[in-house]
Design a protein around this ligand. Structure first.
Ligand code: UD1
Ligand code: CA
Length: 448
């Protein structure tokens, strides 16, 4: 017995008004299709099959990027959800167990909900996930029930006015024996208002075969389907609110939770403080007792215990801050390790670098890491002092307990304990400034 997840993700989603396939639009930094896959994977399902449309290379890439074991199959023409699900048949040939069919544009189904559906398979053959909406104008399919039994599903377009009054709606998620699914789908026709093969029609077909069907219910928020940009924005908002609540629950202080933007995978430790207007891109972990000050942007980075970042700092992929590091305002760090207790406090770019323990990097320092073709590394030892406006022309190594004078352009390695100074000598010309001012003012008075 092994259970499978089939994610239908072939539609372009014309109501998004976008060149991007609908399921590649993102919520909290992850494509919708990845959210749909995540809920199944959390349940420990053995196989994931994603049905993509013709030319779905971009969707396939996003799917594989998340889960290299997922099988991607193509639905050449979008003839409906029933036709889409049928495309998974070959990928799941000979597989015994239950299959979930879920939609790539319905990203919020909780693993617990899928588990309840799996549990319901003990008593019924076909399990449909439903939710209640008391609005006869919402365009969801309606579930026709008779006590505990589900007798059929009618699409909004095909529903009578009386049927549209039914509050119980179809989420689209179905759980059924894998091979039975394909056998039922074989019988689905396209004689309806859209001329499409409807997945929900398998319920009526199963009932005609004397099989049973029932509904597992969940909250509407969980089954939110995204068809428009407005729905995408609403979903983002809901997801952010949930992440903020969860972070606070986990002991994170958010001064203004409504202004903090998380990614789907952001991890923040207990007693960390996140000031207002902080944005987390994907793959960020922040340890306990770290502080991320206002207006900072973090992505693909790790901030260790006791470190402070910002305000107005940018940590890009590969930024690794060890314990008690200080990163200040208008500092950008990319692909660099900043070792314990080091400080990079003002107006600085550190890229492709290692900064040793307790080293202080002065204002306006730049690691010149890119020559237009290659990236080069800068290594700085421990307890060193980099003077303000130092240009470190990589590849270059600065030793321990070393120093650079302000304004130095470092092109050669600096040994341990040495001070590098590379700038033109200053000359003071007595009285020259006064003379120059007079000359310029006279010129202005003449109007030239
Ligand atoms: C579907 C359900 C409806 C339910 C609603 C919940 C059907 C016929 N209708 O309607 O009962 O209330 O979801 O959100 O199932 N897709 C394909 N190939 C196709 C057609 C669709 O892969 O040929 C994919 C789409 O990319 C999408 C999903 O299936 O991810 C759902 O399709 P969509 O057209 O959005 O269905 P709804 O009209 O929302
Ligand atoms: Ca939809």
């Amino acid at each position: 017995m092994s259970n499978s997840l089939i994610v239908l993700a072939a539609g372009m989603g014309t109501r998004m008004n976008s060149d991007l396939p609908k399921v590649l639009h993102k919520i909290a930094g992850a494509p919708l299709v990845v959210h749909a896959m995540k809920s199944g994977e959390a349940l420990g399902l053995d196989h994931t099959v994603v049905v993509v449309g013709h030319g779905g290379e971009a969707v396939e890439a996003a799917v594989k990027d998340w889960n290299p074991d997922a099988v991607v199959v193509t639905q050449e023409e979008q003839l409906g959800t029933g036709h889409a699900a049928l495309q998974a048949r070959e990928a799941l040939a000979g597989i015994e167990g239950n299959a979930f069919v879920a939609f790539g544009d319905t990203p919020f189904i909780r693993p617990e909900t899928l588990q309840s559906m799996l549990d319901a398979r003990a008593t019924h053959d076909v399990i449909v996930l439903g939710f209640e909406v008391y609005d006869p104008t919402v365009r969801y399919g309606r579930l026709i029930t008779d006590g505990d039994n589900l007798t059929g599903i009618v699409e909004f377009k095909d529903a009578t006015e009386a049927q549209r009054e039914i509050p119980l709606c179809n989420s689209g998620v179905i759980c059924v024996d894998t091979q039975l699914l394909f056998s039922l789908l074989d019988e689905v026709g396209n004689d309806n208002a859209s001329g499409e093969y409807y997945l929900p029609d398998i319920v009526g077909i199963a009932r005609n075969r004397g099989l049973s069907a029932t509904v597992v219910r969940c909250d509407e928020a969980e089954t939110l389907g995204i068809n428009t940009r407005a729905e995408l924005a609403r979903a983002e908002q809901m997801f952010q609110n949930a992440m903020r609540a969860e972070a606070m629950e986990n002991g994170v202080t958010l001064h203004a939770p409504e202004t903090v933007i998380f990614a789907h995978d952001t991890v923040i430790g207990r007693d960390a403080i996140i000031e207002p207007n902080v944005v987390f891109g994907p793959r960020v972990t922040v340890e306990s007792n770290a502080t991320i000050r206002a207006f900072s942007h973090l992505e693909g980075c790790h901030v260790s215990r006791g470190s402070t970042v910002g305000p107005f700092a940018r940590l890009r992929p590969g930024a690794e801050l060890n314990e008690d590091v200080h990163i200040g305002n208008f500092v950008e760090i990319k692909n660099a390790t900043i070792d314990e207790g080091a400080k990079v406090n003002h107006l600085t770019y550190i890229g492709d670098a290692f900064i040793g323990k307790k080293t202080n990097v002065g204002a306006g320092t730049i690691t010149c890491n890119y020559d237009g073709v290659f990236k080069h590394k800068t290594t700085i030892g421990a307890n060193s002092f980099i003077g303000s406006a130092t240009m470190l022309v990589a590849p270059v190594t600065v030793g321990n307990n070393a120093m650079t004078a302000t304004g130095t352009v470092v092109t050669k390695d600096i040994p341990d304990g040495a001070m590098a100074i590379a700038r033109t000598k200053q000359e003071n010309k007595a009285g020259f400034a006064v003379k120059l001012f007079e000359m310029l003012k006279a010129k202005k008075a003449k109007g030239s």
